[in-house]
Design a binder for this molecule. Structure first.
Ligand SMILES: Nc1ncnc2c1ncn2[C@@H]1O[C@H](COP(=O)(O)OP(=O)(O)OP(=O)(O)O)[C@@H](O)[C@H]1O
Ligand SMILES: [Mg+2]
Length: 313
């Protein structure tokens, strides 16, 4: 079995003295080794609640979780397979150094002090943090703190890594570094659940995407397939020179109009949109021998998919 996570029909209701809120209604997810699942959804959709149930931190009202075959709510052996960077700043001890955090959490997760120290050193080296190993975490930059948090989550070499908004608040370079680290960790064969509102990051990194809206999964598919499904079929041709209806182009414009092809109005009338892909070659014949700057096809982004699936009705 290559599945590192199987979560089935998770459900969680929060009860406070005056409210009852079902944050997670029905969530089933699975992740294989060497796979990144982007777990996306609007604010309040239930992502963090789901992640906490997977990590064994809050008890689901219904449903089950298996991590590497173990149930984190019943069998402590599951914790050896789970690494998590949760939302917010509570993943590290701020008054300890990166080195101390790694040793502390390594031992907490079952490593001997010696192995924890050694793993910690390796991770700090790999995350380019060795020069900061003796500074208290509080004094590190946001990006460095985030890298330490990921290192700590990996100290016991878990099979499943849960990352709840790992690039939140990071600058472009730090985001690229975290993305590179995620790719490396996946290449080692770990499974990653990645939650982020930076949909370009999700699009870059994920093999599959699950979208949650109001506590329910509304789509779950290979990311490329999902994007393809939401992509249009129209072509766009950009000509090097605008068509001129007073000069030699009159005949060409008439023929395009006859086919019902859209030509952008002045001053941008070198852009032609072909809604019916079957008309592409007919249009190219009409345009021949004019220079074509670019020919593109409508392609959705994960943002388009996300907005279409989570639009409030
Ligand atoms: N401890 C709690 N007690 C009561 N309600 C809670 C608690 N934690 C979360 N909620 C509610 O559950 C819903 C889902 O919250 P959750 O944090 O899982 O969303 P999320 O998808 O992670 O959102 P975001 O993108 O903003 O991080 C929200 O309406 C939230 O207010
Ligand atoms: Mg959250």
């Amino acid at each position: 079995m290559s599945s590192v996570l199987t979560a089935t029909h998770l459900q969680k209701t929060y009860r406070t003295p005056d409210t009852v809120l079902t944050a997670v209604k029905d969530v089933s997810l699975s992740i294989d080794r060497g796979e990144v699942l982007a777990f996306l959804g609007p604010n309040g959709a239930g992502k963090t609640t789901t992640i906490k149930m997977i990590a064994g931190l809050i008890q689901p009202d219904n449903g089950s979780v298996l991590v590497n075959g173990y149930n984190p709510h019943a069998d402590t052996r599951a914790f050896a397979s789970i690494g998590a960077v949760l939302e917010g700043n509570r993943n590290l001890y701020w008054r300890l150094t990166p080195e101390e955090n790694l040793s502390y959490f390594g031992v907490l997760r079952g490593l001997s002090p010696k192995v924890a120290r050694q793993r910690g050193r390796e991770l700090l080296d790999r995350f380019e943090l060795s020069h900061k190993r003796k500074s208290v975490v509080q004094q590190l930059s946001r990006g460095m703190q985030q890298k330490v948090a990921i290192a700590v989550a990996l100290v016991h070499d878990p099979a499943l890594l849960l990352l709840d908004e790992p690039t939140l608040g990071l600058d472009v370079e730090a985001t690229e570094t975290v993305k590179r680290l995620i790719r490396e960790v996946v290449a080692e064969g770990k499974g990653i659940l990645l939650t982020t509102h930076q949909l370009d990051v999700a699009e870059d990194l994920s093999d599959r995407t699950a979208i949650i809206n109001q506590g329910e999964i509304v789509a779950e598919k290979a990311t490329a397939e999902l994007i393809k499904e939401f992509s249009g079929t129209a072509y766009h041709i950009q000509l090097a020179e605008p068509l001129d209806d007073l000069k030699n182009d009159l005949d060409c414009i008439t023929k395009l109009n006859y086919l019902g092809i859209t030509i952008a109005p002045q001053p941008d009338n070198q852009r032609i949109t072909i809604e019916d892909p079957n008309q592409l070659y007919a249009v190219l014949d009409i345009l021949n021998p004019r220079t074509i700057e670019s020919l593109t096809r409508d392609k959705a982004t994960l943002t388009d998919v996300f907005l279409a699936l989570t639009r409030k009705t």
